[in-house]
Design a protein around this ligand. Structure first.
Ligand SMILES: *Cc1c(COP(=O)(O)O)cnc(C)c1O
Length: 457
């Protein structure tokens, strides 16, 4: 497979040229998702006994398949939580692949893991967690939340014999990300929700805990607060919740998968006060820290507890724990064994640009949300649902119903103009369909925002 022939050299040049073109182009189109049958009709059979050849496969990719993707970094892609990986990070993602590093154990991946840990040390410093706190890169926020919840549950079970027989229980709010509920299911843990999509206050959490039956209270072991809700960018009352968790002896997890990047932004850092008291924190560098997919992270106040929950045992693995293999083993702190050193592109990009550039780019996302908020205030056909928070803006087009928003989204997508999707916002007992912006890409312009709003007239 590794025999160098001229075809391979040529192919390598073609691929590098494609990557360079992609990275230097500012006019990447918003692609159109064709149906599977349509794609199949365009490309035919690609997996055959003899192979169709790299050149043909690559041409099919360039001619048809890539056009059926929406580049997440398009400046008018403001749906979900978009991303905007730096060129330096993307280039180093290629290097990461080419280096074939098994990132589970120091014994094999010391150089790569060293770089990951440099980036991680910086991320930990943003949180204000005490000395000894540390973390690892994961495939994303979902895996980070699962790793943290399982660590918390295993710690709780280690406290007494009764807990080992019980099904655990956690409390979060309806503003929490879907992955918290999904991962609780994976870990067979019950979830109770405080019924608010707005800021989760310590007082509401306290009421919820007071309302538990004695048996539920015994089963309760953790609270998950959100540091920037995915839907609206709302930061829960982290300080109040931290104090309550301390008093109630509960594990305090902060899900800052989306919002964690804003720990860098002086303009909003105070809103995260209390995060430094967390037992564990999720931050996704592939959301607001400009890393390519996929790159999440989980950070623990006491990493030793994560190791007790996650370190894998096996005769074939014992060598990695030997003296000669001394060092940090990322596999011990999260759910995955074999892993890509997915923090490596982040390290290279941080080393290239310095952390101030990151700060500026994140502040720009927050500023774009404020600018969008002012434009919405000024235009008669739209209005804010709530004040912009972090880089999220929820607004309504006066008089529109759910179908109007959906139709508008599809039409803009079809035209390759923009990807802006509707969401729902809960007030009282009603869910209203509204429009939503989430700004990540610092290259989104005020003209982009204006054009999108004007397309709703
Ligand atoms: C996106 C998100 C997640 C899930 O992260 P993935 O990287 O998509 O797995 C979890 N929590 C919050 C708050 C998020 O915004």
């Amino acid at each position: 497979m590794h025999k160098i022939d001229m075809d391979l050299v040529e192919m390598t040049m073609d691929v590098m040229k494609y990557a360079i073109d992609r990275l230097s182009s500012t006019q990447n189109k918003i692609g159109k998702p064709l149906k599977e049958e349509e794609l199949k009709a365009l490309v035919g059979d690609t997996i055959t006994k003899d192979g169709i050849g790299g050149e043909k496969a690559f041409n099919l990719w360039k001619k048809h398949l890539t056009k059926s993707n929406v580049p997440i970094d398009h400046p008018r892609h403001l749906a979900f939580v978009p991303a905007s990986p730096t060129r330096a990070a993307v280039m180093f993602d290629l290097v990461t692949s080419a280096s074939s590093i098994h990132g589970a154990y120091w014994m094999e991946g010391a150089g790569g893991i060293f770089c990951e840990n440099e980036a991680m040390r910086w991320m930990v410093s943003l949180t204000g967690l005490p000395k000894g706190a540390f973390g690892v890169f994961t495939s994303g926020g979902t895996a980070a939340n699962l790793s943290a919840i399982v660590t918390a549950r295993e710690y709780w079970r280690s406290l007494n014999e009764q807990n080992k027989l019980e099904k655990g229980l956690i409390i979060t709010s309806i503003g929490a990300h879907s992955s918290v509920k999904a991962m609780a299911k994976v870990a067979d843990i019950d979830v109770l929700l405080v019924d608010t999509e707005d800021r989760l206050q310590a007082s509401a959490l306290k009421d919820k805990i007071s309302g538990l039956t004695p048996h539920q209270r015994e089963r309760l072991f953790a609270v998950v607060a959100t540091g920037g809700t995915t839907n609206a960018g709302i930061i829960d009352d982290l300080e109040g919740i931290a104090n309550l968790c301390e008093a109630e002896h509960l594990w305090f997890h902060v899900d800052a998968a989306y919002g964690g990047g804003a720990l860098l932004a002086d303009s909003v850092r105070h809103e995260f006060k209390g995060i430094e008291k967390a037992d564990s924190i999720t931050i996704d560098p592939h959301k607001w820290m400009f890393s390519p997919y996929d790159c999440g992270a989980v950070i623990y106040k006491n990493p030793e507890l994560a190791k007790q929950a996650h370190a894998q045992e096996g005769s074939y693995l014992e060598i990695f724990k030997d003296e000669g293999a001394h060092g940090f083993n990322p596999t011990d702190y999260q759910i995955q064994l074999t892993r890509r050193v997915r923090g490596l592109p982040l390290w290279f990009s941080l080393a290239t640009h310095g952390t101030d550039r990151y700060k500026e780019a994140i502040e720009r996302g927050i500023e774009l949300a404020q600018i969008a908020g002012r434009m919405i205030d000024e235009k008669p056909h739209v209005e804010l649902v709530r004040a912009p928070s972090l880089s999220c803006v929820l607004y309504r087009r006066k008089g529109w119903h759910a179908e109007d928003y959906r139709h508008w989204t599809y039409e803009n997508h079809e035209k390759g103009f923009a990807l802006v999707t509707p969401t729902k916002w809960k007030t009282g007992d009603t869910f209203e369909t509204v429009s939503r912006f989430c700004f990540i890409n610092p290259d989104t312009t005020e003209e982009d925002i204006e054009a999108i709003l004007d397309s709703m007239v």
